[in-house]
Design a protein around this ligand. Structure first.
Ligand code: DHB
Length: 310
């Protein structure tokens, strides 16, 4: 079985979408709900609806993707309404609500709205959007992360985790883990896209997306080794109560297996889901099951986090 447990909740499948992909509106979320995925996360919601950055703002490339969406979303109440309906339509399934404020007071307001709603799921606080002009990725400002989490856990009682950007330095893994271990986080999701890459078209000698002079978040194959490093680094450093969600470069059952082996309890799919659509969850689940069978594993717990070192 590919069942997993996160934040004390059981999920029939360890696979789900990555925030931003197939989760913008009810039509997309309905497709996620009908898929083989264990659950879904909504598009990162802000207080007010946003149209996002000018198009073109997403490009699939042979090895991955570049995007500078700029947080297009319908605003938090839209997603809370949708999830509240799904909680009734399919009870015993737990859903993720992604949120992102533009400052600590907005984070607090978003969490107050969630507390005041019927939402019974898990919050994913996004500390890593790279695409809003003038706004740095919060996850790279360690002092601000500590300040935000201090406030978050003063005001919010429900299960909550954070989505982090990728880190590229061992000392940064050490410093961020030391901060995160002070808080009752349900999970840490590693990783968001590699921020501010540049994919260009040599034939036309131009950038390929419009916002920010072509700079955007990189996903797909480019991201997998960095994602696995972040999953494993935080798995080794975080207290056991803080679980890991693995995201980055997942397009095959082997990629899912690798994230689980590095310590993920749940695995999210972004670029490959955008390319293939929600039927990808049938393929990934079947491929993961085949690998587990070949290795003699009957459940994720048989190998989760068991990466060997030389
Ligand atoms: C967007 C991109 C991200 O990587 C993210 O974490 C949040 C939002 C975006 O551009 O919409």
């Amino acid at each position: 079985s590919t069942k997993t447990t996160l934040a004390g909740f059981e999920f029939d499948n360890c696979l789900m979408n990555a925030a931003g992909v197939y989760c913008y509106d009810a039509a997309e979320l309905d497709q996620m709900q009908a898929s083989k995925a264990g659950t879904f996360v909504t598009k990162s919601a802000t207080l007010q609806a946003r149209t996002g950055n000018p198009e073109p703002r997403y490009l699939a490339t042979p090895l991955g993707s570049i995007n500078s969406m700029g947080l297009p979303n319908h605003g938090l109440p839209y997603y809370l309404d949708y999830v509240s309906q799904q909680q009734i339509a399919v009870p015993n399934k737990i859903y993720f609500q992604s949120i992102t404020g533009f400052n600590i007071d907005e984070d607090e307001q978003l969490l107050a709205q969630i507390t005041a709603s019927d939402f019974k799921g898990i919050v994913e606080l996004n500390l890593s959007c790279p695409n809003v002009p003038g706004k740095p990725q919060t996850g790279y400002d360690f002092e601000t992360v500590e300040r935000i989490l201090t406030r978050v856990f003063e005001v919010y009682q429900g299960p909550l985790g954070i989505k982090l950007p990728p880190y590229f330095d061992i000392v940064h893994f050490d410093q961020m883990a030391a901060i995160l271990n002070q808080f009752p986080l349900a999970f840490v999701n590693c990783v968001n896209s590699i921020g501010n890459g540049l994919f260009i078209d040599a034939a036309t000698e131009t950038v390929t997306i419009k916002p920010k002079n072509g700079f955007g978040g990189i996903g797909g194959d480019y991201l997998k080794p960095t994602a696995l490093a972040n999953v494993h680094a935080f798995y080794q450093r975080l207290k056991p109560e803080i679980q890991i969600i693995g995201t980055g470069g997942v397009k095959s059952g082997q990629d899912v297996f690798e994230h689980l082996l590095c310590g993920a309890s749940m695995v999210q799919v972004g670029t490959a889901l955008q390319k293939e659509g929600p039927l990808i969850f049938d393929r990934l689940t079947a491929e993961l099951k085949t690998i587990m069978q070949q290795k003699g594993y009957t459940q994720i717990a048989d190998f989760q986090g068991q990466l060997k070192h030389l």
